[in-house]
Design a protein around this ligand. Structure first.
Ligand code: SF4
Ligand code: SF4
Length: 109
């Protein structure tokens, strides 16, 4: 399996990424690295942070704005279902990524 590293700015209060298969906790890592398919459509980009990802001070986690904020258009419910797959409480995390501390290059706790 090949590996590569890239950089993403992440909120210091973001929860650590859970293991693959564990419930999504809104760490935001997957959406900061590249948009999901629906995020690519809505953000019009294939790399980097999805425009629809935003930090919730109240919940202290990242939320997907495509679920609640984007006006329902042609994509409608399909968009909502797809977006929920990637970042939603209760859904399993499917991101095969690991966060490294930018200063020490060591895995974050
Ligand atoms: S699905 Fe994305 S936001 Fe949710 S826990 Fe996994 S990496 Fe974090
Ligand atoms: S789940 Fe939402 S915030 Fe994350 S990449 Fe997809 S559209 Fe963007």
């Amino acid at each position: 399996m090949s590996t590569h590293s890239t950089h993403a700015l992440i909120h210091p209060a973001a929860p650590p990424k859970p293991p693959v298969g564990a419930p999504c906790n809104g760490c935001g890592l997957c959406c900061l690295l590249e948009p999901c398919p629906i995020g690519m459509l809505l953000s019009r980009k294939r790399r980097g942070a999805c425009h629809w990802l935003h930090w919730s001070e109240e919940q202290q986690r990242y939320l997907c704005g495509a679920i609640s904020e984007a006006p329902l258009g042609l994509l409608g419910e399909v968009r909502v279902r797809l977006a929920r797959r990637w970042i939603a409480a209760g859904a399993g995390c499917d991101a095969q990524v690991q966060a490294l501390d930018a200063d020490t290059d060591t895995p974050q706790p």
